[in-house]
Design a protein around this ligand. Structure first.
Ligand SMILES: Cc1ncc(COP(=O)(O)O)c(C=O)c1O
Length: 435
């Protein structure tokens, strides 16, 4: 659509004119990294911003603009950029040596905090990222069941080599993946029946995150619980992102206990980590005190900075009570944005739950993964550009993550920027948005 593309071009030109230093930084980075980038999700046209610093819930770029940060490090930034408990925990850990190469009390304490929070976890192992946690959970399922097939969902993201935005791909680790449609109860149950006793595990995000922040329905997730149990296969919940929703993630909210859970992002307060775990019986397969168990390795699994930051984050800051309050506050905000869209009679919706949601151009909440049309993508890019120009940073694909240091004025700034976008482009949005 000509008008849309013209409007997007104009916005990109204003953005480029306002950010000469970021443009220059992008050019310099191109020499040593392909496209100047080491993480594709951070790239967007015409070039991404280079940030200079962060404080609380705000970021400042190298051209001096200040942003309310709704990218929130794709969920890992729950604690904002300068939480004093996390900073002091890291400083204290650094003062006592940071490449210890031995067990320390840190991992024991963080493991305790997490096992007390997530109902499926009696024991866990740490690793270095959510991706690694996914790989280890799949490996565990294959080892304990002696089976190979792993059922996953279209649009799912479990890590850099375990992702299904457009189905199966050579890019992924070469496991024997089988695909089904998210939230399709009958279709998925049928695929599970067909795979039968070759099924090692079903791996699922309780909210399809990168696939559009689409909550799994209770019935769908319960069906997965029941059918995997009936077949002797494992159910893996990937709560790498959703661990932030309430005191015990979505498993606690819905009272559904998977066999294995993967975690990452928030559990080390914003530093690198990952974890996977389940019942003590299941995790005993990694017990080095027993004969013939498997050896799970990783130089940085118990990195003291990550572990110390995690203890402060999950023990002192994001306590179960704070998690409950934060969920209520953020869910009220998400719903208030949906009320704004309804008042303005515009086909837009904030899909998701609490502090994790995505803006879609649609007349109703999404239950299934959607593939955006080229015009839909351009409209999304326009929203992203215009919010940036108003000092509101969101993920370029339309996700927003709220953080603990946000206050009402941050929320008002984002709401006003959205209202302005709608007022300027009402006709354009209505002509492109899908039912
Ligand atoms: C649901 C989910 N699982 C796993 C991962 C992978 O985590 P990491 O980036 O730490 O490897 C992500 C990352 O975005 C995620 O969103």
């Amino acid at each position: 659509m000509h008008a849309l593309h013209q409007t997007l071009d104009d916005a990109r030109q204003r953005y480029a004119a306002a950010n000469p230093k970021s443009q220059e930084a992008d050019k310099l980075a191109e020499q040593y990294m392909p496209g100047g980038n080491t993480r594709n999700v951070l790239y967007h046209e015409p070039f991404p911003l280079t940030m200079a610093s962060g404080e609380g819930a705000e970021l400042v770029d190298i051209d001096g603009h200040r942003y309310v940060d709704f990218v929130g490090e794709f969920s890992a930034g729950l604690f904002g950029h300068s939480d004093p408990h996390i900073k002091s925990a890291i400083h204290q850990a650094l003062d006592h040596g940071f490449a210890i190469g031995a067990s320390t009390g840190y991992e024991r304490e963080l493991a305790r905090l997490l096992c007390e929070r997530f109902q499926s976890l009696e024991q866990l192992r740490f690793c270095n990222s959510g991706t690694e946690a996914a790989l280890m959970a799949i490996t565990t399922a294959r080892l304990v069941t002696g089976r190979d097939k792993i059922l996953v969902f279209n649009g799912a993201y479990h890590g850099g080599v375990v992702k299904f935005p457009t189905g199966l791909s050579r890019f992924n680790a070469p496991y024997d993946f089988v695909l089904a449609e998210y939230n399709d109860i009958e279709g998925t149950a049928e695929v599970i029946r067909q795979v039968g006793d070759q099924l090692a595990a079903v791996m699922v995000e309780p909210i399809l995150g990168a696939g559009g922040s689409i909550p799994g329905t209770r019935d769908f997730l319960q069906m997965l619980r029941q059918t995997t149990r009936d077949l002797g296969a494992l159910l893996i919940f990937d709560e790498v992102k959703t661990a932030r929703l309430g005191p015990g993630g979505v498993q606690g909210m819905l009272d559904i206990t998977p066999d294995l859970t993967t975690l990452g992002k928030i559990i080390a307060g914003g530093l690198p980590t990952g974890a996977f775990g389940g019942s003590a019986e299941l995790m005993a397969c990694f017990n080095p005190k027993k004969k013939s168990t498997w050896k799970h390795a990783g130089t940085f699994n118990n990195n003291v900075c990550s572990m110390a930051a995690g203890i402060a984050a999950m023990g002192k800051i994001f306590t179960p009570q704070r998690a409950t309050e934060f969920f209520q506050w953020t869910e009220a905000y998400r719903q208030s944005l949906n009320s704004l869209f309804a008042e303005k009679s515009v086909p837009m919706v904030c899909n998701g739950l609490g502090s994790m949601f995505a803006i879609h151009f649609s007349t109703r909440p999404l239950e299934r993964m959607v593939v955006r049309s080229p015009d839909g993508l351009a409209l999304n890019a326009l929203l992203h550009m215009e919010l940036l120009l108003q000092g509101v940073l969101i993920c370029s694909r339309g996700d927003l993550f709220m953080s603990l240091p946000m206050n009402d004025s941050h929320l008002d700034q984002a709401r006003d920027a959205l209202a302005g976008f709608i007022d300027r482009h009402h006709t354009l949005i209505a002509s492109i948005a899908k039912d």
